[in-house]
Design a protein around this ligand. Structure first.
Ligand code: NAG
Ligand code: NAG
Ligand code: NAG
Ligand code: NAG
Ligand code: NAG
Ligand code: NAG
Ligand code: NAG
Length: 515
């Protein structure tokens, strides 16, 4: 009897054994200003004292993608692209208002795919861009009601200065939103743990932190990690030499903060804040990162305490980079390395324990196929050129080969883009940019939206070529240098050929679609 019982249970046990949970952690506006990113390859200097012990520890047991690039350096377009596994010219999401299911297609998202595969899919905080841009957090993606921090409005109201260090007493009265999200995450993990451990139902839990997005609000004790004398100005507070004007973006959101309005700074090109303002903002940004690091530590400790760590995939990324006064620029919304380069790491139990560092070029659209493969769900097929009617497909590449061989190039270049409005109320110019091993190359081309959604390469508004071998900070645009003419020509061809031609690892059946 006993033996028969066991045998009949075995297939179920085996099935459940293979079902890994997913903890999906997201930070807002966090560039790779993290201890685990120290090294020669990061173009901008990382503050030497970054205090990020929890994210660093996660990196030490993860596949750490040191050169991962977002597809568009602003919240909703970047998140929509990652969550659907498709690029902005397919999602048609370039702004903070439009919803991809209305104008791109009825695409399956990462949490939705896990939900369809029998997972309990729970989201909280900022995963999709809130409001209209996601039809209020894309309800179809989740199997439980979505959670937002009750105190969010209190702390992001326009009356809050660009940064603020909050005292313990004040935090007790009005807990910071990210603390409320963390408490919720821990509660949710407790609730989903029994079913996950018994093998009844695995979970996909997505936790989206709001910081280090503006305003930089954090517990005052975080300042102790960043003594004032350790904070320095960037050494390139000027726009790149020969930069076309269209590459520039004035960060009006920062200027509108009440404390900075008083400074009477226009923030036009080569006009920057007084030094003390820049130093204070940098210190506050670093402190906000350490705040999020401490919260990520709490969530990961809870996962451990619940005995779930050894069967839970943990992914972490920041939705795009951020300019912290370099080039005299602030915020995101550009095609510079600082805005397009963002942190990404994936812990897969039993596969990444020793820590795997890859410096290969990777893209945020790669996360969807990677998580699907790591969790052993059906792999995603490569999207054909037009995929508006295809609910599930991918425009990225699974990063799993990097676990076995972190030095396998998967693509020749990483692609990003950023739109602009030139004398118009709609996006009519698109900056297409590409990071190769040695260069960043950008063409700002005339762009048509619906129904074509594409560039006219014959009408250019600016070209940029930065040589990362000699100029990792992107201070000199070489596009017009005669000594770079040949390189420019070949980079231009490569950019216009697009991401499909840059993919290196191809399974035979894909060659048709890649074209
Ligand atoms: C979108 O796709 C989902 C399944 O992925 C389906 O349930 C839903 O009805 C579709 N919505 C529309 C408007 O077609
Ligand atoms: C900001 O203003 C709102 C609305 O007037 C108020 O409720 C809130 O307490 C203020 N927040 C802070 C941090 O002062
Ligand atoms: C900004 O400063 C750089 C470096 O000094 C200079 O090359 C560039 O022409 C300036 N741009 C503008 C618009 O003033
Ligand atoms: C602010 O800037 C404007 C334009 O440059 C100038 O006219 C005005 O005097 C400045 N005000 C102060 C308080 O510096
Ligand atoms: C995972 O951890 C739990 C609790 O610590 C333990 O019972 C189980 O054997 C572990 N599983 C694996 C595959 O290591
Ligand atoms: C998508 O489906 C709709 C309705 O079936 C059809 O009218 C449209 O032509 C299709 N579009 C593409 C690009 O296949
Ligand atoms: C935009 O308008 C300005 C002012 O009318 C004009 O000088 C400029 O050439 C226009 N730019 C483009 C790209 O049409």
């Amino acid at each position: 009897m006993k033996i028969i019982g066991l045998i009949s249970l075995l297939p179920i046990l085996n099935f459940c054994d293979g079902r890994k949970n997913v903890l999906f952690l997201v930070a807002d506006d966090m560039r790779p200003e993290l201890g685990c990113y120290y090294g020669d390859d990061f173009p901008s200097k990382i503050h030497p004292l970054m205090h990020t012990p929890n994210i660093d520890a996660l990196a030490r047991r993860s596949l750490l993608l040191k050169r991962a690039y977002v597809q568009q350096a602003v919240c909703s377009p970047s998140r929509t692209s990652l969550l659907t596994g498709r690029r902005p010219d397919t999602t048609h999401i370039y702004d903070l208002h439009s919803y991809f299911r209305d104008i791109g297609g009825n695409f399956t998202t990462i949490p939705q795919y896990f939900k369809m595969n029998g997972y309990t899919s729970v989201g909280m905080g900022k995963i999709f861009h809130q409001g209209h841009a996601s039809n209020n957090d894309d309800p179809i993606s989740w199997s439980m009601p979505y959670f937002h921090a009750p105190n969010q409005a209190y702390w992001i109201n326009s009356n809050v200065s660009s940064w603020r260090a909050v005292s313990e007493t004040e935090m007790k009265e009005n807990p910071l939103p990210d603390k409320q999200i963390t408490d919720r995450a821990m509660e949710v993990l407790k609730n989903v743990a029994p079913d996950a451990k018994s093998g009844k139902k695995p979970f996909f839990v997505a936790v989206g932190f709001h910081k280090p997005h503006l305003p930089f609000v954090f517990p005052d004790k975080m300042l102790q990690y960043y003594p004032k004398e350790s904070i320095h100005l960037p050494d390139n507070e000027y726009a790149p030499v020969n930069m076309p004007e269209i590459a520039w973006r004035n960060c009006k959101g920062l200027l509108m903060k009440p404390d900075l309005q008083q400074k009477n700074v226009t923030m036009d090109m080569n006009v920057t804040f007084p030094s003390q303002v820049t130093l204070d903002l940098r210190r506050a940004y670093y402190s906000a990162i350490s705040w999020i690091d401490s919260l990520i530590g709490r969530v990961l400790t809870e996962l451990d305490d619940l005995g779930l760590s050894n069967n839970t995939i943990v992914s972490f990324f920041g939705d795009h980079g951020w300019q912290l006064g370099e080039h005299g620029a602030w915020c995101k919304m550009t095609n510079f390395e600082l805005a397009t380069h963002a942190p990404m790491m994936i812990h897969i139990p039993g596969m990444t324990e020793g820590g795997i560092v890859s410096e290969e070029l990777t893209e945020f659209v790669d996360l969807f196929p990677t998580l699907a493969e790591a969790a052993e769900l059906s792999p995603l097929q490569l999207c054909p050129i037009t995929s508006s009617n295809i609910s599930l497909c991918r425009e990225g590449t699974s990063l799993m080969p990097l676990i076995k061989e972190p030095n396998t190039p998967l693509k020749r270049a990483a692609f990003s883009q950023y739109p602009r409005k030139v004398n118009d109320t709609i996006f009519n110019v698109m900056g297409y940019t590409m990071r190769t091993e040695k260069y960043r190359y950008t063409e700002w081309a005339k762009f048509s939206g619906a129904p074509a959604y594409g560039p006219d390469w014959n009408i250019l508004f600016g070209v940029e070529l930065y040589d990362h071998q000699t100029d990792p900070d992107e201070n000199y645009n070489r596009a017009m240098d005669s000594s770079y003419a040949t390189i420019r020509q070949s980079l231009s061809q490569q950019l216009r050929a697009g991401w499909r031609k840059a993919v290196l690892l191809r399974v035979p059946s894909e060659s048709d679609i890649l074209g």
